[in-house]
Design a protein around this ligand. Structure first.
Ligand SMILES: [Zn+2]
Length: 388
């Protein structure tokens, strides 16, 4: 069905209407024909979305979907359209030695759109956190990385580097400096994972150019965490200089307490992402809507949460049109509700909070076609059944 009317929907990311009042949206042959509080005619069957919201298609800017070639890889479609996510970004699962497989066997084969960041570690995350991608720094080959970045420019949108103790060990800042050289030469933005020491977080942050994306910004690990005021100040100063903060929830990288205090002090995320992989999809991450729910819980407005999974990551990826709902464009939307729930949901430190509102995807409009989501949320077990 690619000609229809959505009715009674609160619409985000549209310049012509506010999200505060319900609107009608006409789709004709897959394109958005018109949006207004009252339209003179319907382009096809009317779908009443009473009580629902719609936005540009959601983007998960940090996940791991190099299935089979890395021990943590999921399939993009497991965490994509079925949870309202139109675009998944693989955050450095592949390095220059094995990027071809990610492109040919995963990106090309998935219904969900996939883009990627190229890991500066030659082998990427083949055996994540067991074999460091920087196991032999002398293997790093700038020429080969640039070749791969050029060959796959249509899908590589950033350079990824992990700068935390277990990964860089004694190499410290050298890994970051090399990645900055690669990013600059490839004319791509840098995406940097932070975690425990070494190096010290303020030292890392001071070295970053504006426009660099820092993922795991609210981690609550034993060192380098924004739970401690000096690290928070360093994060705030970096953000004020134009460094962009990404949630990147992950198995070990999201603390409610850290997010709470940062949101209170206006140290806000630019993007909300999951860092979903095989070891955290059954909790504590579950899916993107659950990470969005957690950010709503710590005090972001729904509009802020939506911008963090639409307009902001779309801009970072160089595809701003993905983050807007525009008349004349192909219709790509995520439809969702805010379900009333009462559930204890843990962060990466095992600390539970009682959540009372869950962002719940109910349908997507994908390439102009309306598709209800049958499976409910991947986090449904948390809420005692299917969430619709
Ligand atoms: Zn990751």
């Amino acid at each position: 069905m690619n000609s229809f009317q959505l009715r009674n929907v609160h619409l985000f990311n549209a310049q012509s209407v506010s999200d505060e009042r319900p609107v009608q949206l006409n789709v004709r042959q897959g394109r958005i024909e018109d949006v207004a509080e009252e339209l003179p005619h319907a382009t096809g069957p009317v779908i009443d979305m009473q009580g629902h919201y719609a936005s540009a298609g959601w983007i998960d800017g940090h996940a791991h979907v190099y299935y089979g070639a890395t021990d943590i890889g999921l399939l993009p479609d497991e965490i994509g359209l079925c949870t309202g996510v139109h675009l998944v970004v693989d955050a450095g699962s592949a390095g220059e030695a094995n990027f071809r497989g990610l492109h040919d066997l995963v990106i090309q084969a998935s219904e969900t759109d996939v883009l990627a960041y190229l890991n500066t570690g030659v082998i990427g995350l083949v055996a994540a956190n067991r074999v460091s991608e920087y196991v032999k720094m002398e293997l790093m080959d700038l020429g080969r990385m640039l070749e791969v970045a050029e060959q796959y420019r249509s899908v590589i949108r950033g350079i990824k580097v992990r700068v935390s103790g277990v990964i860089v060990d004694t190499m410290g800042m050298e890994v970051l400096e090399q990645a900055q050289q690669v990013a600059e030469a490839a004319k791509l933005p840098l995406v940097i994972h932070v975690g425990e020491t070494p190096p010290e977080l303020p030292q890392i942050l001071r070295a970053l150019e504006p426009g660099t994306l820092v993922t795991h910004c609210y981690h609550g690990k034993s060192t380098n965490s924004v739970l401690e005021a000096p690290y928070r100040r360093a994060m705030q100063e970096a953000a004020e200089r134009g460094v962009l903060l990404d949630v990147g929830h992950g198995e070990a990288s999201f603390s409610y307490a850290a997010a709470d205090v940062c949101v209170q002090e206006n140290i806000l995320p630019f993007s909300i992402s999951t860092d979903l992989h095989r070891r955290n999809r059954g909790g504590p991450v579950w899916d993107l809507p659950t990470t969005m729910t957690k950010m709503l819980h710590v005090g972001l407005s729904l509009r802020q949460v939506i911008d963090c999974v639409t307009a902001n990551p779309a801009q970072f990826l160089g595809e701003p049109q993905r983050g807007e709902v525009r008349i004349g464009a192909e219709a790509n939307l995520t439809l969702f509700s805010l379900a009333d729930v009462r559930a204890s949901v843990a962060d990466s430190n095992g600390h539970e909070r009682t959540l009372t509102k869950a962002v719940t995807p109910t349908a997507v409009v994908r390439k102009g076609v309306f598709q209800p989501l049958c499976s409910g949320s991947l986090a449904a077990p948390l809420y005692g059944g299917l969430l619709r």
